[in-house]
Design a protein around this ligand. Structure first.
Ligand code: SF4
Length: 380
């Protein structure tokens, strides 16, 4: 295996508070607006965890959740300051914060910019108020429009908006209305997620009961392709299965996950990866805070994947990215050719037109993107 030059780190901070739990949510959250005592306790634990880290050189920082926009901007600024005392954060670092539409006005967004945030990820999910109510979201479509405009006026020049496709009762007209309203906001980046009906969510529970009127798979596939075309026409190219960006606005932080890059992670249930070791923290608010208070660490476990597991992970994540796997770079990093190793397992997907293979690389075709779970499952 050839050594790979050390790459700058990504840093992830988990802020778990949410006003309420969305029907499709499978994230580690604390489903209540935090009291000031609860917020103080969590942020003290987080700052202690950051203070005890080994630090490093980082070029991305991501506040995810949960709903980080529930945390006041000055507290976000304090966290950025704590990180800067341990990490050399490049002046051009990408600093993202996930926001819910109802939490902040122009003044609040300006405060985030002042705190050092320079990329906003807005969870619109839909612009249809009936759908938003069914999702248990605490905002309307107009709130999302107002938030995006306020963020622009405040000075955010890197705006991402999330949308969900395939909600029960989805129709072409309903989805396209949401997509049109999203595009009217002129986002620099869009995450378009097809609704998942597995896991431990209200949606999954109702799907298992058979009480959800889920749209036909063919309709969802058609709408995804139509959305991809509309996004491309608006200048947002597909660069990952669910992600679209104007040139230069791809999420540098998330690309680290998909490109086998190192990242440090802080907060409850946070997962990190560094020097070949995956590690994870205590998974609930109580266990995370108690562990930090008692022993100054919330590490719940760690594991070094075997070389074979690293290779499988690299194929799984490499195929998520639309440019696919660069065969020469893969050989340099893992010491094998991806097709020599996985050609037989991938043959049905190649024959079905789901994967394109040539001397330079391997990538999902447009049809393959819609069936990525089936293609990727063949690798394991
Ligand atoms: S806002 Fe996000 S993290 Fe919070 S409950 Fe909804 S989906 Fe989950």
């Amino acid at each position: 295996m050839t050594a790979v030059a050390e790459r700058p780190l990504g840093v992830y901070l988990h802020l778990p508070f949410c006003a309420q739990k969305c029907a499709y949510c499978h994230f580690a959250i604390d489903p209540a607006r935090p009291s000031s005592a609860r917020l103080d306790r969590y942020l003290a634990a987080l700052e202690r965890e950051i203070g005890g880290s080994k630090g490093g050189v980082a070029d991305t920082l991501y506040f995810g959740g949960g709903t980080p926009s529930l945390v006041p901007a000055e507290r976000i600024g304090a966290l950025v300051g704590a990180l800067r005392s341990k990490y050399e954060l490049a002046p051009s670092a990408e600093v993202t914060l996930e926001a819910n539409p109802r939490d902040l006005d122009e003044h609040g967004f300006a405060g985030l910019l002042e705190a050092g945030v320079n990329r906003l990820s807005l969870g619109a999910q839909s612009f249809d108020d009936a759908v938003l109510r069914e999702m248990f979201r605490d905002h309307t479509g107009s709130d999302a429009t107002a938030a995006a405009r306020a963020a622009r006026v405040a000075g955010f020049s890197n705006l991402s908006v999330d949308l969900i496709l395939g909600w029960p009762g989805e129709t072409r007209e309903r989805f396209q209305t949401s997509l049109r309203r999203l595009l009217e906001l002129g986002p620099d980046h869009v995450s378009l997620y097809v609704l998942e009906t597995d896991g431990r969510t209200v949606v999954a529970h109702r799907a298992a009961e058979g009480t959800l009127r889920l749209p036909d798979d063919d309709l969802v596939a058609d709408l995804f392709i139509e959305a991809e075309d509309a996004l491309a026409a608006a200048g947002l190219h597909a660069y990952e299965i669910s992600n679209f960006a104007k040139p230069g606005f791809e999420s540098r932080h998330n690309l680290k996950y998909w490109d086998d890059g190192p990242f440090h992670a802080f907060g409850m249930a946070a997962h990190g990866f560094d020097e070949g070791v995956r590690y994870w923290n205590e998974s609930t608010f109580g266990s995370y805070c108690a562990a930090m208070e008692a022993r100054g660490s919330a590490r719940a476990g760690e594991r070094a994947p075997s070389p074979e597991e690293r290779i499988e992970e690299a194929v799984m994540t490499g195929l998520r990215v639309r440019r696919g796997i660069d065969r020469a770079a893969f050989r340099a990093r893992h010491g094998i050719d991806v097709i020599d190793r996985f050609g037989r397992a991938l043959e049905p997907s190649i024959a079905a037109g789901l994967l394109h293979v040539d001397d330079a690389g391997v990538r999902l075709t447009r049809k393959g993107v819609l069936m990525s779970s089936e293609v990727l499952s063949a690798v394991l």
